[in-house]
Design a binder for this molecule. Structure first.
Ligand SMILES: Cc1cc2nc3c(=O)[nH]c(=O)nc-3n(C[C@H](O)[C@H](O)[C@H](O)COP(=O)(O)O)c2cc1C
Length: 206
């Protein structure tokens, strides 16, 4: 089983890669994951690496069944990448009460590659990104994906942390596993992973 951990922001500097890595590390260190006899592989997908232009395909993606039928090489490659995964964890900041346009653009490029797959949503911001968490769930449902009921909302505890995140400073998340930030949220991350894992097993008959 392969699970993609999608980095939802693309600006430079940014904090999202640190948070995506924290999610991945928290899952891999969790009791639930450790006890699995067949452990899923978690792999980071950074949409910034894909450098996708603003949507420039001539067709509606739901009508495309094969990667080779897309117009552009960047879409064909993005399609082949997303096809590889059994499920996803979207990790995204809240931008002005929504999620970043770059993430929506990357999502919109494809349809059948997402369809039927389970997904967990992790959002962060001053108030945990509650608004964009809900919005992303609606979009994933539109793609006929299966979002987990359990969600992860990571709130920056104070202004200093928010500013440190905004300037891409090291929040010491993964380098210091017993650090203070988001210790209680680790239980929620583990519960969300468990739901995602079970959903993938159930829906994909794995
Ligand atoms: C365009 C933009 C809009 C933002 N809007 C919000 C917001 O609505 N709510 C919030 O809590 N933080 C907001 N922030 C602050 C972000 O939470 C913070 O900058 C965070 O580091 C963004 O994630 P990133 O570094 O991965 O881009 C915004 C930041 C940017 C760049």
């Amino acid at each position: 089983m392969l699970i993609g951990v999608i980095i939802g922001s693309t600006r430079s500097p940014r904090v999202c890669p640190q948070i995506a890595q924290f999610i991945l590390d928290t899952i891999e260190r969790s009791k639930s994951y450790q006890e699995l006899s067949e452990k899923p592989l978690l792999k980071i997908i950074d949409i910034a690496d894909w450098n996708l232009p603003l949507y420039d395909e001539s067709n509606v993606p739901s009508q495309i069944k094969r990667s080779e039928d897309y117009d552009h090489e960047h879409t064909k490659l993005w399609s082949l990448e997303i096809q590889k995964y059994n499920g996803f964890i979207f990790v995204t900041p809240q931008y002005n009460w929504g999620y970043p346009a770059a993430l929506k653009n990357a999502i919109d490029y494809l349809f059948n590659e997402w369809k039927g797959k389970s997904a967990a949503i992790v959002t962060y911001g001053g108030h945990g990104g509650t608004k964009c968490n809900e919005q992303l769930a609606v979009v994933l449902e539109g793609l006929r994906m299966i979002p987990t009921q359990s969600r992860v909302l990571l709130s920056f505890p104070d202004r200093d942390t928010l500013y440190a995140a905004a300037s891409g400073k090291d929040l010491g998340l993964s380098s210091n596993p017993s650090g203070d930030l988001w210790t209680t949220e680790k239980t929620q991350i583990e519960a969300t992973f468990n739901e995602l894992f079970e959903s993938i097993v159930k829906t994909q008959d794995l």
